[in-house]
Design a protein around this ligand. Structure first.
Ligand code: IPE
Ligand code: IPE
Ligand code: MG
Length: 248
């Protein structure tokens, strides 16, 4: 029996976030260059996007490039940037065919000009799609996003649009890149690393974590469905007792 058949339709998470890790190790294992691992990783992006849309996930957020990834060797950064432009352009028809809306979070303005242009074009051309939002975290980090939110709040304060006593968690979240997007219920990390690597720090306060040893290029649809089934068997307590949860 496939894991897909074990998924309870009514309990599919609305928002799944993924740290796509292990492309480099995959390449090494196969005697290839690191960039070849990234190219293979795009295949997994394609498969997992399809898998998520198929079971009714509404938001899929993929960590594609972190603020810290700028510290990698220039050749690798260049290869990744080239890959992003190429992929975004190539995938436009598929996104539209599958009714998927592309979005991005992160310091987009720090990307090469060509990337910004292609990204904005594709975002605009898929804007009306409403089956699922595919959110790419590009030049993203949780701390960057929180600092960015504080900066925006201070600007609004200068304009007299907000007062300190107006700020609560809901108001603060509206200043994040993910404004309007529900927090992820599930965070998947591939390649076995047990860390968050500056991903969605605010949003994952109560997210269920799932780590698999599979490297991202080896992560397929069944692996994704397996993670969903695992998630569905958890008891999410949000600080309450198990008895309270069962009673409600
Ligand atoms: C994840 O794979 C992709 C990016 C960070 C862009 P890695 O490139 O981090 O692969 P490993 O961790 O070196 O195996
Ligand atoms: C996290 O992976 C970032 C992305 C997947 C884009 P890294 O491979 O950069 O994370 P660390 O540095 O090993 O924690
Ligand atoms: Mg890595």
């Amino acid at each position: 029996m496939s894991f897909k058949d074990k998924i309870v339709k009514e309990k599919v998470p609305q928002h799944v976030a993924i740290i796509m890790d292990g492309n480099g190790r995959w390449a090494k294992k196969h005697g290839k260059q690191r960039y070849e691992g990234h190219y293979q990783g795009v295949e997994s992006v394609r498969k997992i996007t399809e898998a998520a849309a198929e079971i009714g996930v509404k938001y899929l957020t993929l960590y594609a490039f972190s603020t810290e990834n700028w510290r990698r060797p220039k050749e690798e950064v260049d290869a990744l940037m080239h890959l992003f432009v190429q992929t975004i352009e190539k995938e436009l028809p598929t996104l539209n065919k599958n009714n998927i809306r592309l979005r991005a979070i992160g310091d987009i303005e720090s990307l090469p000009e060509e990337n910004i242009k292609r990204l904005k074009e594709t975002i605009a051309k898929t804007e009306k799609n409403n089956k699922m939002d595919l959110i790419l975290a590009l030049s993203y980090s949780g701390r960057w996003e929180i600092v960015d939110a504080v900066r925006k709040i201070m600007k609004d304060r200068e304009k007299g649009l907000i007062k300190p006593e107006d700020i609560d968690e809901k108001v603060f979240a509206r200043y994040l890149n993910t404004a309007g997007i529900p927090d992820p219920e599930l965070l998947i990390r591939t390649s076995g690393e047990l860390r968050i690597s500056n991903y969605l720090l605010w949003q994952i306060a109560y997210t269920e974590l799932y780590v698999t040893k599979k490297l991202w290029p080896d992560f397929g649809k069944e692996d994704f469905y397996k993670a969903i089934v695992d998630f569905q068997n958890r008891e999410r307590r949000f600080g309450m007792t198990g008895e309270q949860i069962k009673g409600s």
